[in-house]
Ligand binder design. Structure first.
Ligand SMILES: *Cc1c(COP(=O)(O)O)cnc(C)c1O
Length: 394
């Protein structure tokens, strides 16, 4: 069918179901355009985007700095393979090192799950045959390695046997203390469990994890795929804890919408694990990705979006918690879990919000996740708060 004869969502979704694999179910709509925190569908309906492509579009849609970085790079040099370096890749790694708590070594990959795959290989190379300690409710990705440290049985079970030697524990310092020993290669943790419903770690969990990993010579891997790159109002979810992890994985917000991930190795133990030839990927950190990483990080700095995300997120959370529809709010900065009062279905609210022109998502039956572009303003936040405040409470 030619573009001219496509009239709208119905035609496009019909073709979607004919041509695309159904792993995502039927999409809610077909989005054709975006600007700032707004997107428009093929029928011309406007939406306020409070999901940002699942915590990806840190600078919103069609940010001029990103448009110019990508088009300039595409017109100069698009891809070279890792047989060659490019200034864009090198500058992106330098910029990433400026936001990390210590100078590290960076490997660029193409997604969150790939960043975690790389981290798991670092762990196994660091301590051959070692166990991996992961948390209940963890989500680290859908490829077989990352899936092995992902908790949700529905995601895991059809693909078993997965990688052996993974122990899932409760996210408590007591459980962690008990799980650790000399045969643990790594502990892998999300600073806030995003997919599980924006679950905060207990205070001091990361500090204790650092101590225990040091004591047993294990690596501490922090999965910052969702929490990193300013999402929580700091560069990283672990920033406030003051610890230095061995390995940090990133993706979602890193390229401002361009598919790119990264693994940063911050300690000598982690940096020594992989020798030349032990890992790699064709696209990893190509010039286009490099240009987008650099533009995203620089723009977050230039526009003061860390402070903005921290302050606006805190104020929004304070307002939401006042609503009778809300029982608690978890998360930090602009990654918030709105836990609804008993009897209110998050899936039903999310569906009604969509019909009302607001995109949010319900990672669980009780929780709405807010992960808007970091450039969102107070008026846009208020639009959601108002819409939720009129939901009927029994
Ligand atoms: C989304 C996510 C991943 C997986 O990233 P993909 O790019 O979808 O592979 C891994 N870890 C966390 C914490 C995530 O939120």
């Amino acid at each position: 069918m030619s573009e001219q004869t496509r009239v709208g969502n119905d035609d496009l979704l019909h073709s979607y179901s004919e041509n695309l694999l159904g792993v995502y179910g039927m999409p809610q709509t077909v989005l054709v355009r975006g600007e700032g925190c707004r997107v428009w569908d093929a029928d011309g309906r406007e939406y306020l985007d409070l999901l940002a492509g699942i915590a990806v579009n840190a600078l919103g849609h069609a940010h001029p700095e990103l448009v110019s970085a990508l088009t300039q790079q595409a017109a100069t040099l698009g891809h070279v393979s890792n047989f060659f370096a490019s200034p864009a890749q090198i500058s992106a790694a330098e910029t990433l090192n400026q936001i990390l708590p210590v100078h590290g070594k960076v490997l660029f990959v193409n997604s969150g799950t790939e960043a975690n795959e790389a981290a798991l290989k670092v762990a196994r190379a660091h301590r051959s045959g070692g166990r991996i300690v992961a948390l209940r409710n963890a989500f680290h990705g859908r490829t077989l390695g990352s899936l092995s440290v992902t908790w949700k049985p529905a995601y895991r079970e059809p693909f078993e046997p997965l990688i052996p030697g993974v122990d899932f524990i409760e996210a408590t310092t007591a459980a962690l203390t008990q799980a650790m020993s000399e045969d643990v290669a790594a502990v892998i943790v999300e600073p806030i469990q995003g997919e599980a419903g924006v679950i905060d770690l207990p205070t001091d969990f990361l500090k204790r994890a650092r101590q225990l990993a040091d004591h047993y010579g294990a690596l501490l891997i922090l999965d910052e795929v969702q929490t990193g790159i300013g999402r929580t109002g700091d560069w990283f979810g672990f920033s406030a804890s003051g610890i230095i992890p061995d390995v940090v994985t990133m993706a979602k917000g890193l390229g401002g919408g361009f598919p790119v991930g990264a693994m940063a190795l911050l300690t000598p133990a982690a940096q020594q694990a992989l020798d030349t030839g032990m890992h790699g990927t064709t696209f990893g950190g190509n010039p286009l990705a490099g240009a987008m990483v650099q533009a995203t990080l620089k723009t977050i700095l230039k526009e003061g979006l860390l402070d903005h995300a921290r302050l606006l997120g805190a104020a929004w959370s304070d307002e939401l918690i006042q609503l009778p529809q809300v029982s608690s709010v978890s998360g930090r900065g602009l990654l918030l879990g709105v836990h609804l009062a008993p009897g209110i279905s998050a899936k039903a609210v999310s569906k009604a919000m969509f019909e009302h022109g607001i995109i949010v998502n319900a990672p669980t039956e009780q929780v709405l996740r807010l992960a808007p572009p970091l450039i969102i303003n107070k008026t846009e936040c208020d639009q959601f708060t108002r819409a939720l405040s009129v939901w009927e409470v029994n």
